[in-house]
Design a protein around this ligand. Structure first.
Ligand code: FAD
Ligand code: NAD
Length: 475
């Protein structure tokens, strides 16, 4: 006889584990299956995000940023720091401790909410059944009223530059380096390239970033992208746009990369090369024949706006389905599905998914870029407030960047907010909330903000959209 659950979730990353917890909160019986094993070979929950993604990258970004600020920015505060040095092994140890605490935290949450954790491989069978193969090889069949597929994603490979795991590495390898590479290359000037490039650049690597596209950060509002490019250049990033990589050859401990750009054929010799050209959905051995679940032409599981696959009772969420590959997007989808299964109202507002790039300065945005608004043909107004005019930013000695708010000319609806500057990733939350509640730019203008705070910059940007900024000369 097979075990049965109301809900079986396959995948315990930031899309799967919240789905399992919310389903249990909804008084459903739930199992969550995950096959991840950590570096010590121990099974853990948390997926990419906790093990090799969001959390470890932010841990190293924090350590390297502290060191960079200590060296470059403390003197102006009157703090002398002669003789400062760093220890990569301790940075990695701290990172490891954070991962351990975070992944163990999920098991504790499962225990407290009544989710059954199953560590091993899950495979969907026809008829809402799941084959579970534990790490010791034992196999059993689970019956479920609902199955949530949350199998995540993997780094995309570049055929002409295959990973060797030592010199040519993916984001996981880039998070695990035990020494600072002297000459570091990154293929892809995207989120991972910029964040992990920042970590090692701050610790001393000579950094070259090869980007295939001719523009820098095309998904970002171009006024912000230009400011970011300027700031990264100042930090010593060598970003080469329009670079088509043609191959890479390992030579001893180094790698020689060839690429072509507007100037012709080029080559570079590097000590480490990170390939960060995007991620692809992971569905290997997830679906047996006859389940009826379909994949699209890029390998994503096909779903509608409510994450229904089209097969009754089978849902899919997170990186394995369409939309931005972001932990919080997956989390909201997981929670939505668990509530829909329980018959509750739930939806995800895909128009207000915030994005953050955790570089210095941080870059954060929600809604449409100015380029997208312009292309839509809707009349709009823009308010920009530079952090240079913010009292708090000046006190923090962090005055690079600005807040930009775009609102509709006709009804004042906030269409997009774009921030580059200190704590942009925290500041964007107010803009997300405003847009979620359909606030107008005037609503933000009429909302009192504590002084002196960085959040005042958003207030002033809203005022600037109507040429009513107080702390900055309106143009
Ligand atoms: P995953 O986290 O990939 O989890 C999927 C899980 O499913 C895995 O644990 C896997 O073992 C399991 N699984 C798959 N198939 C099976 C199977 N058949 N049986 C059993 N288990 C299975 N996003 C952000 O929002 N903010 C960030 O700052 C951020 N930083 C990142 C930094 C890096 C370096 C990387 C690589 C990614 C980052 N991301 C960030 C993206 C984020 O990690 C992903 O969007 C998120 O992890 C996706 O969640 P998920 O649950 O869909 O998939
Ligand atoms: P990305 O899509 O952000 O960037 C990939 C970059 O590589 C793009 O600029 C692309 O034009 C470029 N590229 C593609 N093929 C290339 C080639 N052959 N040669 C040179 N350049 C090439 O992808 P990523 O940086 O790998 O990150 C993967 C996913 O992980 C993203 O979707 C992102 O959302 C997520 N992530 C999020 C965060 C965050 O939220 N802070 C951090 C890291 C990763």
């Amino acid at each position: 006889m097979s075990e049965s659950f109301d809900v079986v979730v396959i995948g315990g990353g930031p899309a799967g584990y919240p789905a399992a917890i919310r389903a249990a909160q909804n008084k459903l019986t739930v199992a969550c299956i995950d096959e991840w094993k950590n570096r010590e070979g121990l099974p853990v929950f948390g997926g990419t995000c906790l093990n090799v993604g969001c959390i470890p990258s932010k841990a190293l970004l924090e350590s390297s940023e502290l060191y960079h600020r200590l060296r470059e920015e403390f003197a102006v505060h009157g703090i002398r720091t002669t003789g400062a040095s760093f220890d990569v092994a301790q940075m990695q140890k701290r990172k490891g401790g954070i991962i351990k605490a975070s992944t163990q935290g999920i098991l504790a949450l499962f225990k407290a909410s009544g989710v059954t954790p199953l560590q091993g491989h899950g495979k969907l069978l026809p008829g809402r059944r799941v084959e579970f193969t534990a790490h010791d090889g034992t196999r059993r069949e689970l019956a479920a009223k609902h199955v949530v597929l949350a199998s995540g994603s993997l780094p995309a490979e570049l055929r002409s530059v295959p990973f060797d795991g030592k010199t040519i590495i993916d984001s996981c390898g880039a998070l695990d380096l035990d020494a600072v590479p002297k000459r570091l290359g990154v293929i892809g000037a995207g989120v991972i390239g910029l964040e992990l490039g920042s970590v090692w650049r701050r610790l001393g690597s000579e950094l070259t970033v090869l980007e295939a596209l001719p523009e820098f950060l095309p998904i970002v509002d171009q006024q912000v992208a230009k400011e970011a490019q300027r700031q990264f250049k100042k930090q010593g990033f060598d970003i080469r746009l329009g670079a088509k990589v043609t191959g890479a050859k390992i030579q001893g401990d180094a790698v020689s990369v060839t690429y072509s750009d507007a100037r012709g054929e080029q080559s570079l010799t590097l000590d480490k090369l990170i390939v960060a050209i995007g991620r692809r959905p992971f569905t290997r051995d997830l679906l047996s024949a006859g389940t009826g679940v379909e994949l699209d032409e890029r390998g994503f599981i096909k779903v509608d706006h409510e994450c229904r696959t089209g097969v009754e009772g089978i849902w899919a969420v997170g990186d394995c389905v369409r939309g931005p590959m972001l932990a919080h997007k997956g989390k909201e989808e997981g929670v939505m599905v668990a509530d829909l299964i329980a018959g509750r109202f739930a939806e995800v507002n895909y128009k207000t998914v915030p994005s953050v790039i955790y570089t210095a300065p941080e870059i954060a945005w929600v809604g449409l870029t100015e380029e997208q608004v312009k292309a839509s043909g809707r009349a709009y107004k823009v308010g920009v407030f530079p952090f240079l005019a913010s009292g708090r930013a000046r006190a923090m000695e962090q005055t690079q960047g600005f807040v930009k708010l775009i609102a509709a000319q006709d009804d004042d609806e906030i269409l997009g907010v774009h921030i580059i500057g200190p704590l942009a990733g925290e500041l964007i939350a107010e803009a997300v909330l405003a847009m979620e509640y359909s606030a107008s730019s005037e609503d933000l203008q009429r909302t009192m903000h504590a002084h002196p705070t960085l959040a005042e910059a958003l207030h002033e940007a809203a005022l600037a959209a109507d040429k009513r900024a107080i702390d900055f000369v309106n143009r």
